[in-house]
Design a protein around this ligand. Structure first.
Ligand code: HEC
Ligand code: HEC
Length: 370
């Protein structure tokens, strides 16, 4: 216990400093934007269209079994409704598929925040990583060049002939175009109960300490003590993906590890273990189940979890503590969370399954394996 004492003392010091700053005119979190609608990012329409077709195209995975949209489904705000995601043939994923709503505004990506530079890295890893789409970029480029529709679309988007760099920049452009709109919170159509929930969110329940700004996230990792999902270790197909990841991230003793260390992989510091990125609270109505490993099924479960003071973790964030909310207050908080979900996202007019995969490379491959 003593080992943690200095850390807690530091956090208390930071908190009281924040308190002093709040007393002054400026916000304690000066860099945070105020609550409000999410701003649409500027995008180039022809590049977005190209990125969108690529996003729905299973030819971007090694064996053409998966497109980005297999896991990021537009009618579920680009999640998949599963606690833990599927993955490339022969494996299953060890994380919950996050929403892509407003993902272009994020400062670091993936639940552990391990990619902190830009969406290009995220897109590259999603395509090439063995447990995502297991695709060789050079083969991807050849596949795209054989499709006359892509040849035209790359040209129209100003990217010349199909290339893997061009494909990545188009997918990023599509990701940047996914913006939340029309939520009751933005349109002013909130119920009295949801309004009361917003007051609790900012006040008694303390949620706004981490869920700030238009997207309701500080883009930082915190430890709130979500329990492990045992399926990651009991299911060999999930475990193989987890081991691949932990080994690649340089985690020691990865074969015996029975814990998702989260943001530990960013800096290999013990105090980062168990921290996960604060997710956006936009579109929650469509994105159940919740948390990095899908361990909480409903928004009622989430509010009960926080009301009980979060989970059990030695280095849990001190701002997650028992809240003593009444049943009415819990309902109000859930109503508020629901008011952050807006218009559904654009589903492509073509059926993604109808993208022609019968071109020579794929046909050859199918003949060889069948
Ligand atoms: C097999 C399922 C699957 C496929 C296919 C997939 N993803 Fe994901 N995606 C996930 C999961 C799971 C995560 C979280 C990974 C983690 O935290 O380690 C994720 C994370 C992301 C993120 C980061 C979101 C955030 O808020 O941090 C982006 C962006 C993303 N995916 C885009 C894509 C794109 C673009 C493609 C296609 C090129 C793609 N994904 C293909 C399952 C998938
Ligand atoms: C100390 C920072 C912090 C505080 C305070 C906090 N949260 Fe969170 N919240 C997080 C983090 C971090 C996660 C992700 C944890 C994980 O994936 O394991 C999260 C996850 C969530 C999720 C799940 C979203 C999803 O898509 O999976 C909801 C809903 C949520 N919080 C609502 C709340 C509410 C309501 C409160 C107040 C009662 C609150 N949070 C207080 C940091 C915080």
């Amino acid at each position: 216990m003593n080992r943690h004492a200095p850390g807690i003392a530091r956090q208390v010091a930071v908190l009281s400093l924040a308190g002093i700053l709040t007393l002054g005119a400026t916000s304690a979190f000066a860099e945070d934007e105020p609550f409000g609608p999410v701003k649409a990012l500027e995008t180039k329409p022809a590049l977005v269209e190209l990125g969108k077709r690529l996003f729905y195209d299973p030819r971007l995975s090694g064996d053409t079994s998966l497109s980005c949209s297999s896991c990021h489904q537009p009618d579920k705000a680009f999640t998949d409704g599963e606690a833990l995601s599927i993955a490339y043939t022969g494996s299953l994923h060890f994380r919950n598929t996050p929403t892509l709503a407003n993902v272009g505004h994020r400062k670091a990506w993936f639940h552990d925040g391990r990619l902190g530079t830009n969406l290009n890295d995220v897109t590259r890893e999603s395509i090439t990583e063995t447990y995502f789409m297991n695709m060789d970029m050079r083969i991807m480029q050849e596949r795209l060049k054989q499709d006359p529709v892509y040849v035209e679309m790359f040209e129209a988007a100003g990217k010349g002939e199909p290339s893997n760099g061009g494909a990545r920049s188009a997918i990023q452009e599509f990701l940047k175009s996914i913006t939340s709109s029309g939520a009751p919170f933005d349109t002013g159509d909130m119920s009295d109960s949801a309004n009361a929930g917003f007051e609790l969110f900012k006040g008694k329940a303390g949620c706004a300490a981490c869920h700030t700004g238009p997207r309701f996230t500080d883009d930082q990792p915190h430890n709130i003590g979500v329990p492990e999902n045992p399926e990651i270790w009991s299911d060999p197909e999930r475990h193989v993906a987890f081991v691949t990841y932990a080994k690649f991230m340089g985690v020691e003793n990865y074969m015996n590890l029975r814990r998702d260390l989260g943001a530990f992989v960013r800096d290999h510091r013990q105090e980062s273990a168990g921290k996960f990125m604060t997710p956006t609270l936009r579109e929650l109505t469509y994105t159940a189940p919740y948390m990095h490993n899908g361990m909480l099924a409903t928004l009622e479960d989430v509010v009960d979890f926080y009301n009980a003071g979060g989970g059990n973790a030695a280095n849990k964030d001190i701002r997650v503590r028992p809240l003593n909310l009444t049943d009415e207050e819990k309902t109000q908080l859930v109503d508020f969370l629901k008011s952050l979900s807006g218009n559904s996202f654009d589903v492509p007019s073509y059926n993604p399954g109808e993208i022609d995969t019968d071109y020579p490379l794929i046909a050859d491959w199918r003949n060889q394996t069948n």
